[in-house]
Design a protein around this ligand. Structure first.
Ligand SMILES: [Zn+2]
Length: 224
């Protein structure tokens, strides 16, 4: 069941009070409209009617797609220490409450970045596994290794057997696209599966660039 609450928010820019509907939980099966609002970046986004100031509400949200056996736990933060604490908290509470045992065969993802949340939904909607996608993103960024630190690569879409990625360069202030044949994904998926990658979760996972580096290192070790 999707759950929301109303919050009164004072605009940090002009001081105008607004009432904001904040979603704490989104269940895709009974709220398809809410999902499309989320994908267009409208959910839990404060927008001041008076001055137009926009900001993400600092509210954690759980996204559940039972058809895809996907659960995304979103806790917005930029603080790496807090991120680690929140990640440990969800793993512990999920284990202690017995919830984890009920989620056999699920992909469970812990996310702190709004754009990453939307990206994960798109990846699983396209029937891809984000672990493989993260490895491909790493490969794309490593093509211009000097600039990899200033760039963010995100899954864009999959059309006619081609997967398109968007690369945002924060220094050059440019957006590039990069395409990879779907066949590359399939080959990589099989190789990673052979090297021990699990296509579902046994616990909450943070699947990002760091995760992909570890996965790739394990893969290389198994190749030796
Ligand atoms: Zn305002």
């Amino acid at each position: 069941m999707s759950i929301n609450s109303k919050q009164s928010v004072k605009c940090p820019q002009c001081g105008q009070m607004s009432e904001v509907t904040v979603w704490n939980s989104i269940t895709v099966n009974d709220s398809p409209d809410l999902k499309s609002d989320l994908l267009s970046g409208k959910v839990n986004m404060f927008r001041c009617a008076s001055c137009g100031y926009t900001a993400l509400m600092p509210t954690p949200m759980l996204y559940h797609d039972s058809d895809k056996k996907l659960m995304l736990s979103f806790s917005p933060t930029n603080d790496p220490v807090l991120k680690q604490q929140l990640f440990e908290n969800i793993k512990r509470s999920s284990r202690e409450s017995g919830e984890l045992q009920k989620l056999t065969g699920y992909n469970l993802r812990f996310i702190t970045d709004y754009n990453e949340l939307l990206e994960k939904i798109l990846i699983f909607d396209n029937s891809f596994n984000d672990k493989v996608i993260e490895v491909i993103k790493l490969m794309i960024l490593s093509q211009d290794i000097d600039k990899s630190e200033q760039r963010v690569c995100r899954f864009g879409k999959c059309e006619n057997g081609t997967i398109e990625f968007m690369i945002q360069d924060h220094i050059e202030n440019q957006i590039y696209t990069s395409s990879v044949p779907e066949e590359t994904y399939d080959k990589l998926f099989n190789s990673l599966m052979e090297s021990g990658m699990k296509p579902y979760s046994f616990d909450w996972e943070a699947v990002d660039g760091t995760y992909a580096t570890r996965l790739l290192n394990g893969f290389n070790n198994n190749m030796n």
